[in-house]
Design a protein around this ligand. Structure first.
Ligand code: NAD
Length: 418
């Protein structure tokens, strides 16, 4: 995404928040507070590189709103991450945690770096220094990071260790998405894809689509996309197409997902997997199917391709995969869109469960985690669907309405200090 598009991303979220607040007659004092981020920390910090030199990196940690509880959101390591993108993602987290009904606010962090070009030692030193700098904001009761693009459970382990060293005792609840051995939750790895699967199932049920006769196409064969594809296939859906950054594969009779994933592991791409036809990324999005799960990047569906999408349901596993112009085209064409702040909330729901387990030092098994996740996702989906039907609005607007009502109630109830 270009700088302009990233700046636009925050503006897009703010425009929708503003419109929905006005429509719901939310008091100005709440609306205005939601138009800006509450706390923004920029850190420029030195890291000793392996060649003996020193580089200065820039990072951010931004809390959009913490009226409903401690702020929650991932940390992104990417060469193009910038403050506007982090603000937009932080605001989306505030809305997502409210839709999911979990007692959190929203935050996001980022460091401008290319993790693929750093050695493991450099990555550790960068992470520890960044963690130490953002400890001004971060804490198990105040702001709780998690992995995002370019970070992983190992990075979370270094953050947890750095924070704990500063306190003199272990504080597992300061981050989520940790390895299981140091307090991570079972089911966290699959959680976002599982939540997207639940959203897909409920969307299909709403449109009376029979799983035995339904087809699914998935953009993105990563954590979210591959998990959602696998779980939907286990529910009886026929997954006919899946893609990664190199392109897609298609089989009208249904893909053998195990062999696609193994082929990707062996060659780095899904392309060339046996018994499949190779297609482009553009073609994949235009395949005829009942459910299209978009689980790769921002802005995958834009005004240039929205008219060509043939799916009946779009499930937004990724954050912001549909531009506002494209969303309007899809909704006008009668396509049912399960929006990102609802459809990919499974990850933050299990992060919440990981945090609760860390605080109480009592851990649940995977069946319990998946059952909680299913229940919270189903409640959230049904609540948004009911608002969508009662108010005659699309699911994205209904999700914003659900979130903003809860936020306004929390803000008004707490009042303004001093
Ligand atoms: P990932 O890196 O595991 O997978 C991303 C996949 O998308 C990869 O297979 C990649 O090759 C593919 N891809 C990249 N560009 C593509 C393109 N142009 N066309 C098709 N495929 C392309 O990432 P992930 O964790 O699965 O996250 C995917 C999306 O979901 C991101 O937008 C992320 O922000 C969002 N998300 C993830 C989580 C989570 O818990 N992992 C939670 C909420 C939202």
């Amino acid at each position: 995404m270009s700088e302009d598009v990233k700046e636009q991303a925050f503006q897009n979220v703010k425009t929708l928040i503003n419109d929905v607040c006005r429509q719901l007659n939310i008091p100005d004092e709440c609306r205005l507070r939601l138009m800006d981020c509450e706390r923004e920390l920029t850190v420029n910090f030195p890291v000793k590189m392996d060649d003996g030199g020193v580089k200065v990196f820039t990072g951010f940690r931004i809390v959009h709103n913490d009226s409903r509880g401690p702020s929650k959101g991932g940390i992104r390591y990417h060469p193009d991450v910038n403050i506007d993108e982090v603000r937009a993602l932080a605001a989306l987290m505030t809305l997502k945690t409210a839709v999911a009904g979990i007692p959190y606010g929203g935050a996001k962090g980022g460091v401008i770096c290319d993790p693929k070009k750093l050695s493991q030692c450099e990555l550790e030193r960068l992470t520890r220094r960044y963690a130490s700098d953002i400890a001004l904001i971060m804490g198990p009761d105040s702001d709780i990071p998690a992995p995002d693009v370019g970070t992983n459970p190992q990075v979370m382990a270094w953050i947890m260790d750095t924070y704990s060293m500063g306190r003199g005792y272990s504080v597992p609840a300061v981050v989520t998405g940790k390895p299981i051995e140091i307090g991570g939750s079972r089911g966290r790895f699959e959680a976002t894809g599982r939540g997207s699967m639940v959203s897909a199932l409920l969307s299909a049920k709403h449109l009376c689509i029979d799983p035995e006769e339904a087809t699914v196409v998935v953009q993105g064969c990563g954590n979210v996309g591959a998990t959602a594809a696998d779980l939907l296939a286990k529910e009886g859906y026929c997954v006919t197409g899946i893609s990664d950054s190199s392109g897609g594969v298609y089989s009208s009779g249904g893909l053998n997902l195990e062999s696609v994933v193994n082929h990707k592991k062996a060659t780095g791409s899904v392309i060339g997997c046996q018994n499949t036809e190779t297609i482009t990324n553009a073609e994949l999005l235009e395949l005829k199917c009942d459910i299209l799960v978009v689980a790769a990047l921002e802005h995958a569906i834009h005004k240039g391709n929205a008219s060509a999408v043939k799916a009946r349901i779009i499930v937004e596993g990724a954050n912001g995969p549909t531009t506002p112009e494209a969303h309007k085209i899809l909704v006008d064409r009668g396509i049912f869109v399960a929006p990102d702040i609802l459809a990919n909330a499974g990850g933050v729901i299990v992060s919440y469960l990981e945090w609760v387990q860390g605080l109480q030092s009592f851990y649940w098994d995977e069946t319990q985690i998946n059952s909680y996740l299913g229940r919270l996702m189903t409640n959230a989906f049904n609540q948004v669907l009911s608002i969508s039907e009662c108010e005659g609005v699309d699911m994205r607007k209904a999700a914003y309405m659900t979130a903003l009502k809860q936020l306004a109630t929390a803000m008004c109830t707490r009042g303004i200090f001093p």
